[in-house]
Design a protein. Structure first.
Lengths: 335, 335
DNA sequence: CCCCCGAAAGTTACCGGTAACACCGGACAG
DNA sequence: CTGTCCGGTGTTACCGGTAACTTTCGGGGG
């Protein structure tokens, strides 16, 4: 007599119905070639007559394998991550892994909490946004002996697999594009200011310094970026530095918002003010004029992560490496 | 001697270290008030010395409770869902539930697959986008005897909890707003054309018919919507129906894309062409002019789902009900 | 005709927790 | 002084699968 009459159909029920033991049913599901064809058919029909649904917890506990992987992303509302994710899910999904998604809200403390949660779910790998983690998170990861992917930015000291692009270099390159067009008074507008945003800004600053120009025209906020914020911050910047010739925005949302504000003010872009964003989201090609931006290889990042992670999961040895997938500057019409 | 030397720290290890049995350690974690304070402290320090991470599968298997809930959303890149999700995660997270996210890609077949997957994970509730499901999915849900939330649109025959808004009514109301402004040749532009998009379009059609006007100026595509697509489709529509006075777009992305195309063509919005979107995303307030839109109560939907689901999880009886959270028309400046 | 082999199915133990109940000793009421 | 209650801890069995090894049986080679 069961302690809790869960009502749920188990392997045992199927086994009784068919007249075999449960291990045979288990085999029929996982290694069909080890079960005779006739029996397999009877098992299959019993399974869908009774409506059997496997118990993932029991399987994971017994086998030590969860067939799942955790993917942490900073924010669900940021379109940047959804493309990376698509590549990861397709690649890992085909290999039989379930991808569990968590979002950190750009906080490494929350990341730490999620790492703990997902390790207790027994995930077989973790994919983390960024290369900065709390000490405790690093300890957890080290003890777990599980493949780890750090993505988006690059580091010289990866925990394991690192796939991304050089955000600092990208910031410099876009700034150089402004310089090449003859602009000199180039500002930087940033929101959220997570580590990657800081790297981009540092790239802008470095390029300006190298060109012997002032890097003072800079406005940032810790608030999450949005279209509206882009417009509001552009207004502040123009008030403070009316001589601005161009503004490099830390991401496409801000750039688009800034562009809309220029339209409201009847400020011609790029003649009176040049603008650029970062990431190469769909909107940059749709606005009038199209926005200059740094096109990041998001889909490629996702695919690469899936490929390299699968290799590790199938036994390739740990050998900390960084893979730089680069970026491309697109001039659009706003620069 | 363990079969697999997993190396992982278990309750047993903690128990040995402290000199008690594992059930006491388990209690110290789940029901601390049942364990004496002194012992509790020793257990806690052993836990973080040894770096114990609970095994969720084992706990779920033994207790029959997974403390997790599945949330299926159509698309991760659609900002509409991220706000709903935030409300759900906050509400359920506080109550100790982990929210597992899956995306269906707007396909009820994929939804069916995910329902199966998450039921095997033992989720204690499912939150589904929409009210249409495959027959097999309905059977799975019925057998699972788990609370189910259907959201976004409304139905007269909810499986269990239904929270959303009347998409058809909203489509009609926005069309009426066009009519109130004196427009007569009002077109509809739609993409993806999932069930909700169809309902909105049907609302437009109904309102036009009721006003004795033609509902022929309609262009739709099964492709996913995007800013670019909005622009391209606007171009097609203007070519086909040069007399258009206004266009109701099935969502904000399309409307924004259409607006950008108007800017490129130096078509004044709203004087030469009125535009409206659907959902009330951030971008509608940022463009020049701001876009008319149907503001949907996304955050409220998320909060309501969390509240009502918690009630059910804490024992409230099943009583199929629909909750209509309404909508609001915002005229913006494009209408 | 015997032996060995391999395919097909079964036995046993175990994964790492938790439920339910038993146990123990001291405080306190009668 | 004894019975009862209760806080604190232990015992036992079990959740629903899977690993590893064993058994059974039919057929082909020597």
């Amino acid at each position: 007599m069961p302690r809790r009459s869960s009502g749920r159909v188990t392997l045992q029920h199927i086994a009784e119905r068919v007249g075999v033991t449960k291990i045979t049913v288990s085999r029929a599901l996982r290694e069909p070639h080890l079960v005779s064809a006739a029996l397999r058919l009877r098992i299959e029909s019993a399974i869908d007559e009774l409506g059997y649904i496997p118990n993932h917890s029991a399987g994971a506990l017994a086998s030590g394998r969860s067939h799942s992987v955790a993917l942490l992303i900073p924010s669900l509302s940021n379109a940047v991550f959804s493309e990376i994710q698509r590549g990861i899910e397709e690649g890992l999904g085909q290999a039989g892994y379930q991808v569990l998604i968590g979002h950190t809200g750009y906080s490494i403390l929350e990341e730490e909490r999620l790492i703990d949660t997902y390790l207790s779910y027994g995930v077989e790998a973790l994919i983390l946004p960024g290369t900065r983690h709390t000490d405790h998170a690093r300890r957890l990861l080290a003890r777990a002996r599980v493949p780890v992917v750090e993505t988006l930015e690059l580091t010289e000291t990866p925990l394991d697999i690192n796939v991304g692009l050089d955000q600092h270099e990208a910031g410099k390159a876009m700034t150089q594009a402004f310089l090449d067009r003859g602009h000199r008074k180039i500002g930087f507008l940033g929101a959220r200011m997570d580590y990657r945003a800081q790297l981009r800004m540092a790239g802008w600053e470095a390029a300006m310094r190298q060109a012997g120009l002032s890097a003072e025209r800079c406005l940032t906020t810790p608030h999450p970026s949005s279209y509206r914020l882009g417009g509001e911050m552009l207004a502040s910047m123009l008030e403070r530095w009316p001589d601005l010739e161009g503004i490099f925005c830390g991401n496409d949302d801000l750039a688009a918002g800034a562009l809309f504000e220029c339209q409201r003010r009847r400020l011609n872009v790029p003649d009176q003010l040049a603008l650029a964003g970062f990431n190469g989201l769909d909107i940059t090609e749709a606005t009038a004029p199209p926005l200059a931006t740094v096109v990041t290889p998001r889909r490629g990042i996702g695919d690469t992560i899936a490929r390299r992670l699968l290799a590790r999961l199938q036994g390739a040895p740990l050998q900390s490496t960084s893979e730089n997938l680069g970026f491309r500057i697109r001039r659009g019409g706003s620069l």
